[in-house]
Design a protein around this ligand. Structure first.
Ligand SMILES: [Ca+2]
Ligand SMILES: [Ca+2]
Ligand SMILES: [Ca+2]
Length: 254
């Protein structure tokens, strides 16, 4: 767990560094609609805002398991729990959850249904965040829960829905059961765009963007673009510049 956290944070640092160093390409077809998010305006392409959909497995995209947490009955001495919610009489478990490149303290409460206290602002105080997030079903596991993740570089907080299950390898693992969806309109025809966190790390910028160019409801080979990749739709070259880590915005050139 400790090792995984360190790796995730190191990756985040690399991503931030890469974003910060990116030069304005200046060859977008039209000016960005908004300049409020510095990362969007600085990196080129035309931003398209996506909408959140709390359902998994869009367009048949593949997904990996993510590691969520262990159910420790006491807080780890060096984990940094400072302020806990008032005792509710329910059994609690303590750990941290590395998601979107950051580690967040979590209290899992075995109420009916279970509740998750998530240290969104990462200050060790579990009483000053959004939530607690209530699971969708009564039993502890398996269960679905939607959390809110803060993406500091974008200055946004975005929802993220998980399917949590106990793993035979130990601990609680998850699949993401949410995605972001939008449309790319070319010559009056609209084509579905889907951002999906297929590698289950809470960061949409490191997954392919799917464009269902042939409209068959499946992300086929050639329809899954990494940044810099191109696809031809209705005779037009479409290039993916980037997907924002939160999944809220994609930037394309066409
Ligand atoms: Ca907090
Ligand atoms: Ca990802
Ligand atoms: Ca397709």
């Amino acid at each position: 767990m400790r090792k995984r956290t360190v790796i995730a944070l190191a990756l985040c640092g690399m991503l931030l560094a890469a974003t910060g160093c990116r030069k304005e390409t200046g060859n977008s077809q039209q000016a960005p609609a908004k300049n409020s998010v510095a990362m969007v305006s600085a990196a080129g392409g035309t931003p398209i805002e996506l909408r959140y959909v709390p359902e998994g497995f869009p367009l048949g995209l593949s997904v990996s398991q993510g590691f969520a947490l262990h159910l420790f009955e006491t807080p780890g001495g060096n984990q940094g729990f400072k302020t806990l919610p008032p005792d509710s009489g329910h059994k609690r478990y303590y750990d941290e959850f590395a998601i979107a490149g950051r580690s967040h303290l979590v209290i899992t409460e075995e109420s009916t249904p279970p509740r998750f206290y998530f240290d969104e602002n990462r200050n060790g105080n579990l009483t000053d965040d959004r939530g607690p997030f209530i699971a969708e079903k009564e039993g502890l596991l398996p269960n679905n829960v939607s959390i809110q993740i803060r993406y500091d570089a974008e200055k946004v907080v975005a929802p993220y829905r998980l399917w949590l299950f106990g793993s035979p390898m130990g601990g609680v693992r998850f699949y993401p059961v949410c995605h972001w969806q939008g449309e790319l309109t070319i010559d009056g025809r609209s084509h579905p765009l889907v951002a999906f966190d297929g590698n289950a790390d809470g960061d949409y910028s490191n997954d392919p963007l799917a464009i269902d160019a042939n409209g068959n409801g499946t992300a086929d080979d050639g329809e899954q673009l990494k940044p810099g990749d191109e696809i031809t739709i209705d005779g037009k070259q479409v290039k993916l510049v980037a997907v924002s880590p939160s999944g809220l915005t994609v930037r394309l050139i066409w």
